[in-house]
Design a binder for this molecule. Structure first.
Ligand SMILES: Cc1ncc(COP(=O)(O)O)c(C=O)c1O
Ligand SMILES: [Zn+2]
Length: 438
């Protein structure tokens, strides 16, 4: 029975989606094997699940021009950057329109943390209240292009919420595998938006495994960023927007950040942030690449630990060497969205972060909680623990000399605090009630 209105009617109203002719295919991050755009798999046929693919683009001249001048309907939100995305809808429909969050200067918080300057890319204001809407929009568009109407993912909560929200807007079906411990705010989003929710009595890593089996069996479209290479491209748009805004439309590099801090779970957001800056630099639209620092919670920090173990040689390591250097951990952190023991995009993340001259670091839960309070009280941004983790890494990054005295810092805040108010309330003293008048 159809419980959520006439889905067919909504889907029929969606504009067609076309592939970007500049998207030429994908390359395996482990062995380098190349795949064209019609390859139906998500991962490398030789390397299996570790062989995450990476999308590549050509027609550099066209792309640079289009990124500078792209206008009209398609310019709304993240689709403004469709020259660097694999697909784009022919017109903007409310189901597709996400992105376009403004960069927020945070001078009070910068002073408090001893930073020269600080800009926050506040993606808590997207429709499902996390950056994940950017990946979900691309997933929806790609599924629509392929004629599929059912998407699925495993998620600690936010990827699922983004899928549930956008699937509901577009009349698609969604099935979601979440760890049973997902916070109630996130579960509420899934259930209310009409997703079919499967609560897995286990960790996110176990939910991910189960989702892969179900997706393959049912021919659903996978909204698992941890293996679908096209979704990371959607996440790139946060950094593309940040660069566009801070360079006033690629006309001045003066305010381009020196360092960008990003929370890391599976490593998709951090890969895509670094990739965005590298692509803009290759196109001649920015004159330098900010150093991208991936921040993990100390209780779930396999990338940061391996990075530290490998000393100074990180930038020259091969795909297989990177894969083998990263030892899985059993995650333990209050930051549920980045509570990941085996980051699926670890090789891609490592490669791209190294290419920016950045690093991976870890931050303890106590620093994350303090940062939630600082972000809210000194910058007006309410973040969930994972959403605040990038910011929480600023202190450790300063201590380790990764942020200098004159560096301009930007931080991605990736998820809204109302998704997990329990974590935030733990950091506040609840006022005692006073008697009412009379
Ligand atoms: C709020 C938030 N921040 C950061 C992350 C980490 O992103 P990634 O898994 O791409 O590293 C997630 C992932 O779920 C998230 O929901
Ligand atoms: Zn491979």
């Amino acid at each position: 029975m159809e419980a959520h209105g006439n889905r067919e009617g909504i889907r029929e109203a969606l504009p067609p989606v076309a592939a970007n002719p500049g998207w030429v295919g994908c390359r395996c991050v482990v062995c380098g094997r190349e795949y064209d755009t019609v390859y139906a798999g998500f991962v490398c046929a030789d390397c299996g699940i570790d062989g995450i693919l990476d999308a590549a683009y050509e027609r550099a001249g066209d792309t640079a021009v289009r990124l500078k001048v792209e206008g009209g309907d398609i310019a709304r939100g993240l689709w403004r950057f469709s020259s660097l995305l694999p697909v784009a809808p022919a017109a903007i429909h409310p189901a597709w329109a996400v992105g376009g969050t403004a960069p927020l200067p945070a001078p009070r918080l910068a002073r408090h943390l001893g930073l020269h300057s600080l800009v926050i890319k506040d993606d808590t204001s997207l429709p499902s209240a996390s950056l994940k809407d950017r990946a979900a929009a691309v997933a929806m568009a790609r599924a629509h292009q392929l004629g599929l109407d059912h998407l699925a993912c495993a998620s600690t909560g936010n990827a699922a919420a983004s899928l549930a929200v956008l699937a509901s807007r577009g009349g698609f079906r969604s099935t979601i595998f979440v760890p049973a411990a997902a916070p109630r705010g996130k579960l509420a989003q899934l259930l209310l938006h009409g997703a079919h929710v499967i609560r897995v009595d286990g960790t996110y890593d176990q939910a991910f495994e189960l989702s892969l089996v179900a997706i393959a069996k049912n021919n659903w479209y996978s909204r698992n960023c941890g293996h679908n290479p096209l979704l990371v491209e959607g996440k790139k748009t946060a950094a593309l927007e940040l660069a566009w805004d801070l360079t006033r439309g690629f006309t001045s590099n003066e305010d381009l950040p020196d360092v960008v801090l990003v929370p890391v779970g599976d490593g998709c957001i951090v890969s895509s942030t670094a990739k965005a800056f590298i692509e803009l630099h290759a196109l001649g639209l920015i004159n330098r690449v900010p150093r991208v620092i991936g921040v993990q919670a100390a209780g779930a920090s396999p990338l940061a630990a391996a990075w530290a173990r490998c000393g100074g040689g990180q930038a020259t390591m091969s795909g297989p060497a990177i894969r083998d250097a990263i030892t899985p951990v059993v995650p333990d952190t209050i930051a549920d969205s980045i509570s990941v023991g085996v980051p699926r995009n670890r090789v891609k993340a490592w490669r791209y972060v190294a290419a920016t001259g950045g690093a991976f670091i870890a931050t303890p839960d106590a620093a994350i909680i303090r940062t939630i309070v600082d972000l809210a009280s000194r910058a007006g941004v309410f973040a969930e623990p994972s959403g605040a983790a990038g910011m929480a890494g600023a202190l450790a990054a300063r201590e380790q000399g990764l942020i200098g005295d004159r560096d301009r810092v930007a931080v991605l805040v990736t998820g809204h605090g109302l998704k997990d108010p329990g974590a935030a309330l733990g950091a506040c003293a609840m006022p005692e009630p006073v008697p009412p008048l009379g």
